[in-house]
Structures are given as structure tokens and as C-alpha cells.
Design a binder for this molecule. Sequence first.
Ligand SMILES: Nc1nc2c(ncn2[C@@H]2O[C@H](COP(=O)(O)OP(=O)(O)OP(=O)(O)O)[C@@H](O)[C@H]2O)c(=O)[nH]1
Ligand SMILES: [Zn+2]
Length: 204
Amino acid sequence: MSSKQPKYEYVSTAKLPTRMGDFKIHGFVEASGQEHVALSYGEWKEDDVVPIRIHSECLTGDSLFSTRCDCGFQLEKAMQNIVDNGYGVLLYLRQEGRGIGLLNKIRAYNLQDSGMDTVEANEHLGFDADLRSYDICKLMLDTLNVKHVELMTNNPKKLAALKALGIDVVGRKPIDHGITKDNKHYLKTKTEKLGHAFDPHVFK
Ligand SMILES: Nc1nc2c(ncn2[C@@H]2O[C@H](COP(=O)(O)OP(=O)(O)OP(=O)(O)O)[C@@H](O)[C@H]2O)c(=O)[nH]1
Ligand SMILES: [Zn+2]
């Protein structure tokens, strides 16, 4: 990569009507060719605090209705929250499997079917527990003129990452939606090993 080539670029915007409401979709690309999108809804001014969700791709949860994780439920809830608020942004990052990719996630699921937890399975495959980067969020938010955010997440690493990028994180909105018998153990592991901020009562 030449030093002049930008690491991330904005590409284009189009209308995206959805079941929840009429969003716009904004395309971004990394120098590596990896593509990401942001959805925006409604209007805001530069001084407004904008509710946002940074969602990591999960084909199984987001598109195939899996109850093994909470991703699909969170995606739907976040988009509904944004519509209910009148404005907001969803950054949809193509970091499937916390950055290890879809087929490695299936390998990790296979190990979990034999008793490992989500972190042990990643490590068994030779990966760190979480390989995601949030650097592209800065370009995405700047492009959409978002300066102050309230982040919908249970993951404190996302708050820290945004702050490190110079984004004014005004608050966090918990998104503990979609807890099922199939994902309770997964969510408990995230709380105990990955620092997620789930209230312990949700696992009872
Ligand atoms: N490697 C791996 N990735 C998983 C597994 N289950 C879900 N994922 C991926 O995890 C990502 C979602 O991350 P989570 O840890 O569930 O949640 P988060 O995004 O960190 O936090 P929230 O903002 O609170 O949702 C998606 O990319 C999923 O594909 C798993 O068992 N192993
Ligand atoms: Zn998922």
C-alpha cells in the first residue's frame, strides 16, 4: 500500500427502506478491499447526541435467525431504538466471528459443541479472543457529521475504542435483548472472560 493511499474511504449513499423504517445506507471500503456499511435514520445537528450501534457481522445471527448468540436480536432492537428515537446510526462492520471470519467461527462452534467456551475455542484455533478493530468508525461518523454519541452496547471495549478515536462518548445504553436458553452460557462467558456488562440477574 502506498503511504498516500487512504486506509478507509467513503464510497456512496442510497435509500434503504426496511421493516422498521426508511434508512439510508452508506458504503465504505478499506484499502484491503473489506467493505462496511453504515445505516442512518432521520436528521440531527452537529451538537446533538446521536444514538449509535456498532454491530459486528454475524451471518448466523443477523441473517439466519440463529439463537446461539444474541446478534440478530440486538440488530433488530438497535434499528427499532433508532427509529423510535427519530434519528440515529448503525455502523455495520464486516468483522464476522469477532474478526476470525465465518468458517473459523463455524470451526469454533464445532469445538464449543464438544464443551469449550467461546474464548477457549478461539484460542484452540490459534486466535486471540477478539481481533476486531473499530478505527473505521471515525471516518464513518465524520462522514455522517456525528460528533457526540450514546452507544448501544454491553461491551466496554467499544466505548474505549471510540473515545481513543476522539469521539465524544456521552453515554452507554445497555442492549441485553435476545437472551435465550441457547445463548445464556455464551453471554455468561462474555461477561466473565471478555468484560461485557451484563447484569448477572439475566442468567438466572
Ligand atoms: N469467534 C467467535 N465469534 C463469535 C462467536 N459467537 C458470536 N461471535 C461473533 O461475535 C461478534 C459479536 O460480538 P459479541 O461478543 O457477541 O458482542 P459485542 O459486539 O462485542 O458487544 P455488544 O455491543 O454488546 O453486542 C459477531 O461478529 C459474531 O459473529 C463465537 O462463539 N466465536
Ligand atoms: Zn452472533
